[in-house]
Design a binder for this molecule. Structure first.
Ligand code: NAP
Length: 306
């Protein structure tokens, strides 16, 4: 990584924390990383809804590159609270974009497969967006603003899983339920590209190292049914897959409509990078093997709700 000043806005999140650790593994110093509510050793507090606070941090840190995984990524919450979540996902992101670009820094923004309506099933970077839920509309709006600024990079990802402090992602939920002997209901039909955060972070670091800009899809290599992925996860962690109960798709009622299938093609990233998207078995095996390292890291970076 060329020496440059790096800022990660949202370093306490699933994706943001993987990015902080990946940059460290690659020998690049993250100049500053932020948290919002989860006070974390060595990280700086930032509420990106506050434009003056964003300006102050960027003027102080003087980053050359700002990674922006911070968001409210809860799709149903966004549907039920569009105004509140727009303040974070749209206004907050635009605050970071404006301050970064005005100070000569490029931005890496994290977007989602939910910018698509799901009718086509598998999408390339050239396909037009047509979101069917509020979260997807918020992401599409920020993508467009990011791509107006030369040098900014938009990375669309999907179904992220990996280690994080709270068991929020799908794999950690499966582990937490199954290891207590509890059943978990999983929608039968949904297909997507589960994305292992360590692999995603390496992809994003390499894109940054190459000075990539524009739009890239960065997701796992396999298009799988959610149900099959859940069973793979149970197996990888030595848990009882019989506790996973298949529920017909139509019986899963959620406030936000989901695209039926919004898998993402990764040809563009594959052609550009040495780091290639991992399949689900590779990601899950790595996650299982790296549990001790994660525990050591989590102990060294105590977190408390502020
Ligand atoms: N997870 C997925 O499957 C997935 C799929 C597609 C796209 N994405 C996108 O990828 C990005 C990362 O997702 P994630 O799963 O890593 O999210 P996450 O784990 O929920 O992390 C969100 C991060 O944003 C911070 N944050 C929240 N509100 C903030 C505010 N007002 N000001 C500043 N920071 C704030 C949080 O800080 P605290 O924790 O300290 O409060 C946390 O660091 C998001 O843009 C998401 O939309 C995720």
């Amino acid at each position: 990584m060329p020496a440059q000043r790096l800022l990660v806005v949202g370093g306490t999140g699933l994706v943001g924390n993987a990015l902080v650790r990946a940059w460290a593994r690659r020998g690049a110093q993250v100049t500053a990383a932020t948290y919002h509510r989860r006070a974390t050793t060595d990280f700086r507090q930032l509420d990106m809804r506050d434009p003056a606070a964003v300006d102050r941090l960027i003027e102080e840190v003087r980053p050359r590159l700002v990674a922006l995984p911070a968001a409210n990524p809860f799709v149903d919450y966004c549907e039920l609270h569009p105004e509140e979540t727009r303040q974070v996902n749209v206004a907050g992101s635009l605050n970071v974009l404006r301050a970064a670009n005005a100070n000569g820094a490029r931005v890496i923004f994290f977007s989602s497969d939910y910018v698509f309506d799901g009718k086509k099933g598998v999408y390339t970077e050239d396909d037009p967006v047509n979101p069917i839920n509020e979260y997807g509309r918020q992401k599409a709006e920020v993508e467009a603003a990011m791509l107006k600024g030369a040098g900014n990079l938009v990375v669309r990802t999907s179904g992220a899983y990996g280690w994080q402090w709270e068991p929020k992602n799908f794999v950690l939920q499966i582990i937490s339920k199954l290891s207590r002997g509890e059943a978990i209901a999983v929608a039968e039909g949904l297909r997507y590209n589960p994305t292992y955060t360590e692999n995603l972070a390496d992809i994003v670091c390499e894109l940054a190292e190459l000075g990539a800009s524009g739009l890239y899809h960065a997701v796992g290599a396999d298009r799988v049914r959610r149900l099959d992925f859940a069973r793979q996860a149970a197996e990888a962690f030595g848990l009882d897959a019989a506790l996973i109960k298949a529920v017909p798709e139509g019986q899963f009622k959620t406030p936000a409509p989901r695209p039926r299938e919004s898998s993402l093609e990764t040809d563009k990233v594959r052609a550009k990078l040495k780091t290639q998207p991992w399949g689900t078995l590779q990601g899950l095996a790595h996650m299982a093997a790296s549990e001790p390292q994660w525990k050591l890291y989590a102990e060294k970076t105590p977190a408390r709700k502020s």
